[in-house]
Design a protein around this ligand. Sequence first.
Ligand SMILES: *[C@@H]1O[C@H](CO)[C@@H](O)[C@H](O)[C@H]1NC(C)=O
Ligand SMILES: *[C@@H]1O[C@H](CO)[C@@H](O)[C@H](O)[C@H]1NC(C)=O
Ligand SMILES: *[C@@H]1O[C@H](CO)[C@@H](O)[C@H](O)[C@H]1NC(C)=O
Ligand SMILES: *[C@@H]1O[C@H](CO)[C@@H](O)[C@H](O)[C@H]1NC(C)=O
Ligand SMILES: *[C@@H]1O[C@H](CO)[C@@H](O)[C@H](O)[C@H]1NC(C)=O
Ligand SMILES: *[C@@H]1O[C@H](CO)[C@@H](O)[C@H](O)[C@H]1NC(C)=O
Length: 496
Amino acid sequence: MRLKLLAVLASTVSGLLPTLENRFIEEDDGSVKYVSDYTEDGGSSSTSVKTIRIATSDDDSYAIDTVQRDASSPVILNLIPGISLLQTDQNHECYFVNTTIGTSVFPLIVDTGSAYLWVYGDDCQQELCQAASVYTPSASSASTSTETFALAYVTGTASGEVVQDNIIVNRLATTEQFRFGVADQVPDFFASYPVSGIFGLPSSDSSSIESIISALYDSNAIASKRFSIALGEVGISQENSSSEFNNAGIFAIGEPIKELYTGEIKYSSLLNDAGTYWKIQIEQVVIGDTLVQFNESDTINGVESTIARAAIVDSGTTVLALPEQDALDLHTFFELSITDGTNFAVLCNSTLNINLQLNGHNWTLTADEYLGDPYASDSPFYGYCVSNIQGIQGMESWILGAVFLKTVYADFNLEEQEVGFATRNDNVILTSTETSSSSSVTSQAYYGNVTEVQSSLVTSTSTASQTTSSSTYRGEGLALTVTLPTIFVSVLAFLL
Ligand SMILES: *[C@@H]1O[C@H](CO)[C@@H](O)[C@H](O)[C@H]1NC(C)=O
Ligand SMILES: *[C@@H]1O[C@H](CO)[C@@H](O)[C@H](O)[C@H]1NC(C)=O
Ligand SMILES: *[C@@H]1O[C@H](CO)[C@@H](O)[C@H](O)[C@H]1NC(C)=O
Ligand SMILES: *[C@@H]1O[C@H](CO)[C@@H](O)[C@H](O)[C@H]1NC(C)=O
Ligand SMILES: *[C@@H]1O[C@H](CO)[C@@H](O)[C@H](O)[C@H]1NC(C)=O
Ligand SMILES: *[C@@H]1O[C@H](CO)[C@@H](O)[C@H](O)[C@H]1NC(C)=O
């Protein structure tokens, strides 16, 4: 059903960049041939034809919804156009997808926390650009303009010119040229990642920026303006297929993929001030059995609360990033936890669950999920693990990054202005010849000062005021070496 619009009758194959019309050929038996006359590696073009089954609404065999699914037998998910494997870096800090721009392929970070798609350009003189694939406007049918773009990140600026070209992602092509940024300047922290830019996925189009999802919709590549993400390895690893199916998640453009979740998708509406973010309300946070009462209040759709929090769902952020004070408040639930003000460490034997209530439904982070790397046995912090929850000064909303997204199947709907989450179905076998690759990235270390966080609940003001005094942040010069879950703070980027 979801690909019905793609099954356009046509029989000619022409040009390097396939249009929808020439990519799908319907056969008499209802199956559809997918004709590919390009290669995704940017090399010379070759022609290959494979037959895939495009389901129709009256096709019983495809009605996964109504088929009794045997819990023990896996479902098969064919990685048809629209569905693609994600790749990740060695430390699993960012997730990226191969994107064809013009005639070359670029690994771009799938980032629901930024509005803009941009790629390293051939004018970028920095070392990190020399080491990556760069886009050359003159190599394809790109139309350049005199417009420029600039995006400020906490650690630097990405800027350059605005260009239009054809884009193919997940084997779906834009038929109109798409506007995106070609950077001649890139923040240095990108050097840590084997990528060539950002695949921004805003929650709405603005006058200056169109979402690639809207562009694909306008090109009839998808039937509705939505996409879904399952971060982290999906499916059952099969014998002898470890490399072929080594995957870091799935990025699907169009309708949600029923094979990838169980039960219903529970939706939360975007907040009034969401802008281009996927910003929703966390109604309450319960740690263990205790409702968290935050010290600072947050205003959500005009209502002040110390219980509810606004949260941005951001596939481009590695961890859970919280306003400094909220991070401190939350870690007081973890006995003997320590912090340098930004990074936290908690005892590795912590067992408390963190429940986030979204539109009446609990999503639980277990210790496995919020505990990061343990400290080595020769460290003074042996017994502690890095917390996957960070506090960031100056931040106003929570950021639900990959640490959260890895626990759910997430559907992002531009038309309905909502984000939905469902329980992952990992009892699925992926079939395709797609592969993922990862490059080696040196791990980063962080050096800072630590001190203990008050281990009692923030219920009395006396406890609260102790934890806030600056001496508790900047302690006695203890050197805490944190293998930092480097936050990819793309969400803090804004258009200049
Ligand atoms: C992405 O592209 C690179 C380079 O062309 C290739 O090596 C890799 O296998 C591709 N990965 C996926 C998942 O398509
Ligand atoms: C996997 O590989 C082993 C050794 O190469 C081989 O004996 C076995 O038959 C293979 N299994 C499958 C399912 O292909
Ligand atoms: C979520 O879980 C907490 C802790 O178990 C519980 O107190 C709360 O009532 C739950 N909320 C919902 C909506 O189930
Ligand atoms: C958790 O670990 C700490 C430090 O290693 C230890 O002191 C404490 O007894 C442990 N708690 C439990 C419940 O095992
Ligand atoms: C750590 O503490 C020392 C001494 O109090 C101080 O000079 C230094 O700036 C602190 N470092 C950080 C990263 O806060
Ligand atoms: C909580 O807020 C109050 C009032 O703004 C302040 O006095 C107190 O120090 C805060 N406590 C913490 C732990 O930050």
